[in-house]
Design a protein around this ligand. Structure first.
Ligand code: GDP
Length: 479
């Protein structure tokens, strides 16, 4: 379901018959409710003297994150850490335990504020933790185009071992190309078997460094607080290898990590600063919302005058409430902020039109992209009803000739297609193959909204035929 002739006419501000006539001259027989492809919309717009480029969310995000800072302007910045893992393995407990080390160290003077992220200080360095655990939140941000997390801590309960959401979390971290530290939690419990966890995760490609691999493991207890210092040590070591740097002497920019409308204070927006220094009085814009920094409050609940890269701060002074994942930028003045916000609003309308007109990525795109010189990539998420068929399909996919199109399986698993699969596909521009399974919960609605293609199959060879056809550019769109 995409944009219709009627939508396009409305958006361009031209009479419907003009659009239909133009389409006819292109050899397209159209009615009011006919759905148009991106290219058709662009051609019609141009023919009618209206310039319209369909902007994809991903393109824009890439643009916004490119800054050219000279090496000498860069200084070390704190790593930003997200905690992920299977439900009940202790993500929330671990976040609380780590936070309490800060209170115990007398650094924070009693933390009361939950603003969406907090910091701990350890060995003279700072680490920023995002307060919303789980890979869904992580990937949702990524789907918005925000690259926030530097290190993923994957929590695995030592008395339970690797579970389905452990696998999801690993795949989501890999898809984002974020390094993983494994926290083997609940080692205080009877029946805890940290070695078994290592064996299980080695089978999933996370070989412990103590076994000659590349992944750091730390045995912890969120309950007794055992080894929390070691966990922080390890995070700092990994951060050091990542060489995380930012330019603090620039106009500030960052990402919205939480936002709400407070009855008393108005829009309250937690921003993670990624570059530059944000100060009171700065004019800024986040998505289609302009504002001016009236006050900043840190994770200790204290008012601050400025915020530097790695700092999460609540910002008061936005005109409206921007979504989590939006890029925040300080600009020269209020007028510029309002202009950019307005521009964004216009672009958003075009984007929503484009989203309805077509999927962000589909099988058909693969060939188109492969002709444009760059080696085409087709990323897949595969879900099936039984492990046997999922594995069989994966094996066959690996055997397809990959000289013109690289096919990568980002994640595979047994069970219905869930929202986490859809967000992963949206964030990575992947296509989902369902093998005798259907979307569950709100997954289908989410896929429609995010422009993710889900293709359903009941036999392996049909999926392979389509893949081969897509790789040769011969595929008919699935209706
Ligand atoms: P989440 O769903 O991953 O956020 O898990 P929670 O943090 O809510 O923890 C799930 C349950 O495990 C809770 O009852 C916690 O008290 C318990 N738990 C978490 N960490 C530990 C631990 O290190 N040791 C023990 N014994 N229990 C823990």
């Amino acid at each position: 379901s995409g944009s219709t002739v009627k939508d396009v006419a409305e958006y361009l501000g031209v009479p419907v018959p003009d659009v239909i006539k133009q389409l006819m001259s292109m050899g397209v027989l159209a009615t009011l409710t006919k759905t148009l492809a991106d290219e058709q919309i662009e051609i019609v717009a141009e023919a009618l003297g209206k310039k319209m480029t369909i902007v994809h969310l991903g393109d824009e995000a890439e643009e916004e994150f490119e800054y050219d800072d000279a090496d000498e302007d860069l200084v070390e910045r704190p790593p930003v850490v997200t905690i992920m893992g299977h439900v009940d393995h202790g993500k929330t407990s671990l976040l609380d335990a780590v936070r309490s080390t800060e209170v115990a160290a007398g650094e924070a003077g009693g933390i009361t504020q939950h603003i969406g992220a907090y910091q701990v200080h350890h060995n003279g360095k700072t680490i920023t933790f995002l307060d919303t655990p789980g890979h869904q939140a992580f990937t949702a941000m990524r789907a918005r185009g925000a690259r926030v997390t530097d290190i993923a801590v994957i929590v695995v309960a030592a008395d339970d071992g690797a579970r389905p959401q452990t696998d999801e979390a690993i795949d989501h971290a890999h898809a984002a190309d974020v390094p993983i530290v494994v926290a083997v939690n609940k080692i205080d419990k009877e029946g805890a078997d940290p070695t078994r966890v290592r064996t299980e995760l080695t089978q999933r490609g996370l070989q412990p460094s103590e076994w000659g691999g590349e992944t750091e493991y730390v045995d912890v207890s969120a309950k007794t607080h055992q080894n929390l210092e070691e966990l922080l040590d390890t995070l700092l070591v990994v951060a050091e290898l990542e060489e995380l740097e930012a330019n603090p002497n620039a106009e500030a920019s960052g990402v919205v990590i939480e936002s709400k409308l407070d009855p008393g204070r108005g829009p309250v927006v937690t921003v993670l600063i990624q570059r530059g220094t944000m100060r009171i009085g700065d004019a800024l814009v986040a998505g289609a919302e302009p504002g001016r920094v009236r006050a900043m409050i840190d994770y200790r609940g204290e008012r601050v005058q400025q915020a530097v890269p790695g700092d999460p701060v609540e910002v008061l002074g936005f005109d409206g409430v921007p979504d989590a994942g939006e890029v925040v930028r300080v600009v020269a003045n209020d007028r510029e902020a309002r202009r950019l916000a307005q521009e964004r609003e216009t672009r958003e309308k075009a984007e929503s039109l484009a989203r309805r007109a077509g999927r962000k990525v589909s099988f058909e795109d693969v060939f188109r992209r492969s002709r444009e010189d760059e080696p085409a990539e087709l990323d897949l998420v595969i879900k099936g009803d039984v492990a046997g068929s999922v594995e069989a399909l994966e094996d066959e996919v690996a055997r397809l000739p990959q000289d013109e199109v690289h096919v990568n399986v980002l994640h595979s698993g047994v069970g219905g297609i869930n929202e986490s699969d859809v967000m992963l596909a949206a964030a990575s521009e992947a296509v989902i193959l369902g093998f005798n399974v259907r979307p569950v919960g709100d997954a289908q609605a989410l896929a429609d909204r995010e422009g993710v293609e889900i293709r359903h199959y009941s036999v392996i060879y049909a999926a392979l035929d389509d893949l081969r056809a897509a790789m040769q550019g011969l595929l008919a769109p699935e209706l």
